[in-house]
Design a binder for this molecule. Structure first.
Ligand code: FAD
Length: 426
């Protein structure tokens, strides 16, 4: 996989239709789409790839979005682990949600991706398709005029600053949060502060067959949960997520805390008994982020530059791709001079999608969802609806959970509690 240094690329165009900030999954997909629609795109990425980033377990919905953007073949060629389902474990309780059972037209599988390699694969493919994508180009400021935006970018390799005039700015800067910071868009998340502590190991004891590629989500007996995500090169991503107050009260270094946390959860402990760390332990704190608005005349935010709630349902990359895809369509219509309705065609759709995961996240941490997950004898249609959400299919309104996530989860919970005292859930 060849990534050309900036020195052998032509000069950066200083006048473009769209400048895309960041070349993570959202930035790559948006750039590919806008280029396919015939617009002049410049994508600027402040780091040099490969670089480590967390967020490795995809959902089947990603396949379709990558396919439509002409990016799936490049991803498939990397031979990543195929993920056919999600397994939730709590002590001796276990429930597997196989994507083949989902109420969706999406593929019944997806990938577990080491993000350094995945993001580099996307960026390389986007460049191969003809997008001007620059590494080592960090956005410093953005100012808006009625008919354009001026973006000041530091070219870190050449040690100079360039000014790009663009008709539209698409912020895909993830945790860089360029526009949310500059335009003061940060809003309260409504979620307690949590911390994630993670690393990679080799030689975990994986299930054999298709289930070997599943994600494991192990509910911890103290509080929080553990992820186990197997990669095709023998490495496995593991992480602990819990309340910051709990984590900070534990003694020792992050590595020690992680080891102790894993050792107290029997499923993770058994699977990881013979494994050895191959990456330094890292922590991410207060990862949840929400914006007060997602667009204006000449800008929009996508992916993690917009809303990100929690990693427990592996929804981050899916929503990054979904939002980038939607935004690219609206930007393209805007650039062609067609009327656009950003609220209807972008923000409302995304807010609804995020609301589904918000309801799941809330119900997961207050214990309702695990009670629903682990209840025996769930009717097939209820399991199908839950599996669809876990597959990232959060826009199908024939699923009652999508239409009214909070009320539907409450009703399911009520039925489960009732069933546990009387008869099976109807
Ligand atoms: P990013 O992937 O963050 O990409 C943004 C890019 O913008 C970066 O390359 C960055 O260098 C660049 N950038 C930033 N600032 C600037 C600037 N000033 N100028 C130019 N470039 C800039 N999601 C999943 O789908 N599955 C998971 O299993 C999962 N696990 C997670 C675990 C944890 C602990 C956390 C915190 C998140 C997890 N996520 C997961 C979420 C996932 O990490 C993000 O949702 C996803 O990476 C968002 O993609 P993005 O393209 O929006 O942003």
């Amino acid at each position: 996989m060849l990534i050309l240094p900036s020195s052998v690329l032509p000069q950066v165009a200083t006048e473009v239709d769209v400048i895309v900030l960041g070349a993570g999954p959202a930035g790559c997909l948006a750039s590919a789409r806008l280029h396919q629609f015939g617009h002049r795109v410049l994508c600027v990425e402040k780091l040099f790839f490969p670089r480590h980033v967390i967020g490795e377990s995809l959902l089947p919905r990603c396949n379709q979005l990558l396919r439509e953007a002409g990016l799936l073949a490049a991803v498939e060629a990397r031979g990543y682990t195929r993920k056919h389902g999600a397994v939730f474990l709590s002590g001796d309780q276990r429930e597997r949600f196989a994507f083949a059972d989902a109420l969706t037209d999406d593929d019944p599988w997806t990938f577990q991706v080491p993000r350094d390699d995945f993001d580099k694969t996307l960026a390389t493919e986007v460049r191969r398709q003809g997008v001007d994508l620059r590494f080592g180009h960090a956005v410093r400021t953005v100012t808006f005029a009625p008919d354009h935006a001026l973006v000041v970018v530091d070219d870190l390799e050449a040690g100079r600053t360039i000014e790009v005039r663009a008709r539209f700015v698409l912020d895909c800067s993830g945790y860089g949060r360029v526009l949310p910071t500059l335009l003061r868009l940060e809003a309260p998340t409504g979620l307690p502060e949590r911390v994630a502590c993670f690393t990679q190991v080799e030689d975990d004891d994986r299930p054999i067959g298709d289930e070997g590629g599943d994600i494991w989500v192990c509910q911890h007996p103290d509080q929080g949960w553990i992820w186990i995500i197997p990669f095709s090169d023998g490495r496995t991503s593991i992480g602990a997520v819990c309340a910051t107050s709990y984590w900070d009260a534990q003694p020792g270094s992050p590595q020690h805390k992680l080891q102790q946390f894993l050792a107290r959860e029997p499923n993770a402990a058994a699977r990881l008994a013979r494994s050895a760390h191959v990456m330094a332990v890292r922590e991410v704190r207060a990862y949840a982020r929400v914006v007060s608005r997602m667009y204006d005349q000449r800008w929009a935010v996508t992916g993690n530059a917009g809303d990100f709630l929690d990693p427990v349902f592996s929804s981050g990359v899916t929503l990054a791709l979904e939002s980038a895809n939607l935004a690219a369509g609206v930007v393209s219509r805007f650039l062609r001079g067609e009327p656009v309705d950003w609220a209807r065609d972008y923000e409302d759709i995304l807010r609804d999608a995020v609301a589904v995961f918000r309801a799941f996240v809330k119900a997961w941490y207050d214990g309702r969802l695990s009670r629903i997950f682990f209840t025996p004898h769930k009717p097939a249609r209820i399991k199908q609806r839950i599996t669809s959400i876990l597959a990232g299919s959060v826009r199908r309104t024939d699923n009652p959970i999508v239409r009214d996530p909070d009320a539907t989860l409450n009703e399911l919970y009520r039925l489960v509690v009732q069933q546990e005292t009387t008869s099976p859930v109807e």
